[in-house]
Each structure stands twice: as C-alpha cells, then as structure tokens.
Design a protein around this ligand. Structure first.
Ligand code: HPA
Length: 295
C-alpha cells in the first residue's frame, strides 16, 4: 500500500463514498467556467455523483478570487463507468500563493492515479484573428511568472519517491493526440477554434498595451494568470496534459471603443462574456474523454 498525503487520503475517501471507479480524468474549470456544469455543459451521457469543497480538504488552500468558488465535482460516464473530477475554480499566484500550493489542487488527484488533465482558463486574445467567445487550444506556453513549481527539492510523493526527473523536458508539454481529438470536438460545438501559444503572467493587474505588443512579438497568442504552473507540475509527474483558453476579451489596447480610443478591461464583464462558450468547451472536453480509449 503506497502512502498518500492527507489531502489525497481525504479526496480518496470522499470519492469512494460517491463512486466506485478510480477517476481517469480531471478537468480544471477556471474563471468564467463557474456555471458551465449547471447550465448544460454536462452531456446527458454523464452524471454528477457528488462534490467536495476545497475548504474541507486537509492542507488545501481555498480560493479567494472572485468568480472561483473552489470545489471538486465528481462525475461518471454512465455507459462506461469512467469517472472524473471537475474542479470548479483554481488557486492563483496573485492570491499570494507559492507555485507548489497552487498545483496541489491537481497533484492530490494525481496521487490517486488520475492520468488525463484538461486545464481551462479565460485569456486575453492577442491574435488579430481572435474574437471574444473563441477558443484557443494551447499548443505551447511561456511561463513569464519567474517562478516554477519544480523549484526547490525535486517534488516527491509522500512515500519519498520522486515524481519525475530533476530537469524536466517540456518539448512535448501538451499532448498532441488528445489535442487533435479535442479540436474536432470543439469545432463540433460550433466554436471558432484556434491553436496557439499561451503567455502565463502572475497578475493580478492586467497588462499594459506595451506589454501586449511585446508578448505578440515574442510569438504569443493569448495571455492569462494561470495554468503554466499546473502544466509543468503535471508533466513532471507523467500525466497527459491539455490546455484550453477561452478568449474572454481582447487583450489590453486591442479593442477600440466607438470613440476610437482603447477600451479598458473589466474583470466582471470578462466573466460574463464566458458563459455560452464555457458550456460548449466543457461539453467538448467530456465528449473527448468519452472518445478516448481506456488505459
Ligand atoms: N490578461 C490577463 N489575464 C486574463 C485576461 C487578460 O487580458 N483575460 C482573462 N484573464
């Protein structure tokens, strides 16, 4: 019997009381995706089996960000019995947390053997082709936060074995095969789908137009304040990782008002813009999960 951290032990007990199957996948629903489950994002082929608030899990921080409640919702594919975790809300560096604290929400399910991770976020579009409500499948990322979840002693499991190598390769960070099927499913939901590079910043201030021009020049297409730490920690642990950005706004300086002046960004207007697309994205993710061969 391998040892589990207190958080993973608690999650495991809670899962056992609601569903028999060990979860196969974990979807992180970032800001703007809060209502995607209740508002029809869950295909009929899935059912909700229970939920668990971050506050109840030993050692896990609860979220302070507006638009993020912080809980796990347990779901099951009715026909195959394949189980999964939908994480509603996440933790962020801008809340004052360390990268290791932030990635804990996904690493405790990883301890239980979850293999496939779908990380969603709301992001500012920097590609002139982006419109609000579009989706960008993340092909690669730049971690501009200056921090990394693998910093310090090499992350290890509670039994002392290291999760992965000291110098983790990130050449193939985002799983190409899942990305391909996800793309098709997103298009099937009538979304406008792009692929591109995600720029991860710490926030919480939005960017200046000069920063956005800089990010464009270094080859980025969308910018946001999350995801880049979770991807690195999960890859290091051997998980399969997929990233999906909902373009919730055009990045600073890119949207012009009727007077021809740049429009300012408003967090709550951004969350509002996400509603319809967030449901369609969650549906596409779950249909992708349904189509994946069991392993
Ligand atoms: N910048 C940074 N983070 C974001 C943005 C943005 O424009 N939109 C949503 N999250």
């Amino acid at each position: 019997m391998s040892k589990l951290s207190p958080g993973a032990t608690f999650l495991s007990q809670k899962l056992k009381s609601t569903t028999q199957a060990i979860p196969a996948f974990h979807v992180v629903l970032g800001s703007g995706f809060k209502d995607s489950i209740v508002d029809g994002g869950l295909p009929d082929s899935f059912r909700v089996c229970g939920e668990l608030d971050f506050k109840e899990v030993p050692g896990l921080h609860s979220s302070t960000a507006p638009g993020h409640t912080g809980k796990y919702v347990f779901v099951e594919h009715q026909k195959s019995g394949r189980a999964g975790i939908l994480q509603v809300g996440r933790l962020h560096g801008y809340e004052g947390l360390d990268p290791r604290e932030v990635v804990q929400t996904v690493m405790i399910s990883r301890e239980l053997g979850v293999k496939d991770y779908f990380l969603t976020n709301a992001a500012g579009g920097m590609d002139p082709a982006h419109r609000v409500g579009d989706v960008m499948v993340i092909a690669d990322q730049i971690n501009l936060t200056g921090r990394n979840p693998l910093y310090g002693p090499n992350p290890s499991k509670p039994d002392g074995t290291e999760w992965g190598p000291r110098f983790q390769d990130l050449t193939l960070l985002f799983d190409a095969r899942i990305r391909e099927s996800l793309r098709g499913m997103l298009e099937g939901q009538a979304l406008r789908v792009h692929e591109g590079v995600y720029m991860g910043v710490q926030g919480p201030a939005f960017e200046t137009p000069a920063e956005i021009r800089f990010f464009q020049r270094v080859g980025c297409h969308a910018v946001g304040m999350s995801t880049v730490w979770e991807t690195v920690a999960l890859k290091h642990s051997g998980a399969r990782v997929c990233g999906i950005s909902l373009i919730s706004n055009l990045a600073a300086g890119m949207a012009l008002g009727a007077d021809g002046k740049p429009e300012e960004l408003d967090h709550f207007a951004i969350l509002d813009a996400c509603k319809a697309s967030s449901r369609a994205i969650l549906r596409a993710i779950l249909l992708t999960v349904e189509s994946l061969p069991a392993h």
